[in-house]
Design a protein. Structure first.
Length: 455
């Protein structure tokens, strides 16, 4: 049984709370910075009663001794025990009985006269007020300061500018979310890339192994096990097909030899049967040869001997054979102009065979016309072969390059196809880092395009 903390849903839960914790930790760290904003809340309870008693005491003392506000707050018990600040709205005059530090701006306390008494919080002090009092020389707003008191952490957060709190919260959540997302997406992308490679035919592709023990780690291990099993099965199938085809050649050769010897002494009726046997044996020999070629290409056992060759030297014999075949079937073949100035670095025999296969396929299924075009885009040669035949259903195009696949239309075994020609051509082109693209012609018919790099 896997540990609790290795499970994906637990990790998501923990990352969520880690994000919250990191956000509060950053805010706590930044709360020690200096901010000049004030925060206040209505004065209640004992502090509210205390401020009222203080105001009444100041009013009684001032009226009893008939002294000014400045004389009162700097005299007796008020000067010794209290730090008082008076502000007169009418006279625009401020009085205090202490020398405030340079980092305390008392003018920040000049609230509106109609405001009820508040508990005022500042980074460097706390204050009670304002309380409107009436003295012989006018009306004042009374404040009592309590400097040097360290603000509670939550109040310091409250004093922080709103924009900073938003930036910290968004920054912490975005950063941690990005890190967490990467831990989730990285193995998913690796699996997607490996699956894409396997779908493209690279059965050796695997997702990178890791030390994850959560659901994604288990999925990666199971995917790699599946890919290994799939590679083994496919390679076994390919080897079996090649081995069987190779073993069939010897008895087939002996059959052809015996048939040829029997024809020398056969009568006319028997000769026809023997000739039929010989024809079928040749077709079977051709099929076996194609299967062996496909098996060697799929298993990378076909030796590719590359050499530099001009396009004319490569395609001229292929075009000549195709022209002869098209004329014999009374079909029109339009060929592209060949040039001696363009060269390819390929195995001429393998590529020429692939081109010949595609041309014969087009001639076989064309109604009247086959067109071959040749163009160059940067370092890529594009050889397109199109016919005016029945074409192929769109959903079957992707399967045409599969071995032994035949479409359920006019392009079928009735016309002599075995379903191997396009598969062999596709593997031959892929062995040269090229691509065979099959698509329907909007005017009707099929277009086969060979894309080959020139280097």
């Amino acid at each position: 049984m896997r540990p609790l903390f290795s499970k994906l849903y637990v990790k998501i839960f923990l990352w969520f709370w880690l994000t919250l914790a990191a956000t509060f930790a950053l805010l706590a760290g930044l709360s020690s910075m200096s901010f000049s904003e004030l925060s206040y809340e209505p004065l209640r309870g004992g502090d509210a009663h205390y401020l009222k008693r203080l105001g009444h005491a100041i009013e009684r003392s001032a009226n009893k001794h008939d002294i000014s506000a400045e004389q009162l707050i700097n005299h007796g018990r008020f000067a010794r025990r209290k730090q008082l600040y008076l502000y007169s709205v009418d006279q625009d005059k401020a009085l205090q009985n202490f020398t405030p530090p340079h980092d305390i701006g008392l003018n920040e306390l000049n609230f509106r006269q109609s405001m009820a008494p508040q508990m005022i919080f500042h980074e460097h002090f706390q204050a009670l007020g304002p309380l409107l009092i009436t003295l012989p020389d006018g009306q004042y707003q009374l404040y009592e300061l309590r400097p040097g008191r360290k603000l509670p952490w939550l109040l310091r957060l409250k004093l922080m500018p709103t924009w900073l709190k938003v930036v910290v919260a968004l920054g912490a959540s975005l950063l941690l979310s990005l890190l967490f997302t990467r831990t989730l997406i990285t193995p998913v992308n690796a699996l997607r890339s490996a699956a894409k490679d396997i779908a493209a035919g690279n059965l050796q592709s695997r997702a990178p192994s890791n030390v994850r023990h959560d659901e994604l780690g288990v999925l990666t291990d199971e995917f790699n096990a599946m890919a290994a099993r799939l590679e083994t099965l496919v390679n076994s199938q390919r080897s079996l097909l090649g081995d069987i085809s190779h073993e069939l050649r010897s008895p087939l050769t002996r059959l052809s030899l015996a048939c040829a010897l029997a024809q020398d002494s056969a009568d006319s009726a028997t000769l026809l049967q023997l000739q039929r046997i010989e024809k079928e044996a040749k077709q079977l020999d051709t099929l076996i040869a194609r299967i062996l070629m496909l098996s060697r290409l799929e298993n990378r056992q076909q030796s590719i001997v590359r050499q530099r060759i001009s396009v004319r030297e490569l395609l001229a014999p292929v075009f000549a054979d195709a022209k002869f075949e098209a004329d014999s079937e009374h079909k029109q073949l339009s060929l592209a102009e060949l040039s001696d100035s363009h060269f390819l670095y390929i195995d001429p025999q393998v590529v020429a065979s692939a081109c010949d296969n595609l041309l014969r396929n087009a001639i076989k299924y064309a109604n009247q016309h086959i067109e071959v075009s040749l163009q160059w885009i940067d370092t890529i040669m594009l050889l397109s072969i199109s016919d005016d035949g029945p074409g192929v259903a769109e959903h079957e195009l992707a399967h045409l390059k599969e071995p032994f696949y035949r479409v359920g239309s006019a392009r079928s075994r009735d016309s002599g196809g075995t379903g191997l020609g396009l598969a062999i051509a596709n593997k031959a082109i892929a062995a040269h880092n090229g691509e065979l693209v099959l698509q329907n012609n909007p005017q009707g018919g099929l277009v086969a395009t060979i894309k080959l790099p020139t280097t």
